[in-house]
Design a protein. Structure first.
Length: 66
């Protein structure tokens, strides 16, 4: 009754090869950064930061709207 319907599409295809290389590179950069700083801060302080350039790599794939 008087509800809201939400349609959601996620992903880039059925195979991992369908993901754009730029996004794969961004995830690799992010994981490497977090791994490098894993012992420098306590678990409550994680994630500490994002690597430089990460936002630029994913900027073209972000869709901000309501």
């Amino acid at each position: 009754m008087n509800g809201i319907e939400i349609d959601l599409s996620a992903g880039f295809g059925e195979a991992g090869t369908d993901v754009p290389d730029l996004l794969k590179r961004a995830v690799t950069l992010l994981v490497a950064h977090w791994y490098e700083f894993r012992a420098a801060y306590g678990a409550a302080d994680q994630p500490v930061s994002y690597p430089g350039g990460y936002d630029r790599l994913i900027a073209g794939y972000r869709d901000r709207r309501l």
